[in-house]
Ligand binder design. Sequence first.
Ligand code: ZN
Length: 184
Amino acid sequence: MSGCSQSPIDLGVAVPSEPLDLAIDYSPSVHHGHDAGTTHNVPVSSGHSISYGGRGYELDSYHFHTPSEHSIAGEFAAAEIHLVHTNAAGDVAVLGVLVDEKEEAAGPLHFGEPTSIESLLPDTTTHYAYEGSLTRPPYTEGVVWIVMKERITRRPEWIETFKEQYGANNRPLQPLNGRTVTLG
Ligand SMILES: [Zn+2]
């Protein structure tokens, strides 16, 4: 099943690097999600894309993890959002957004409350990048991981309502096995 380039990993090993060009082109729109067993999954209609390192990807769906799956030097965030993109060539790119809990945060009280898609993104595009895998079966490798350095915030109620329904649904950290993680 799983090989030697699995996700998630600790990103604290990142090396500052000249980043690949990242352009996020999401149109303001609201999508409705559903209970997908281990997480809340939100399918997305067409019309949202990213360009990364000269390759284009279309956004297919997004979902949530608590606590975060990726850690930074051993520290996990309260939650992590995964925006899953694919393209006609079969490439997969996942954009990860770490979520900190904040008492007075803007945004919804409940994770399932439909929110406009661009509210899931931080303001800046500095990001960690590495090659890894899906973090759910079938753990397919060759996934381009882009984890945003800047985080978004959500209220404690948002985190709590997720945990009440799904508990901790983060996959354990996987060995780096010599891979390079960049930050830029
Ligand atoms: Zn995920």
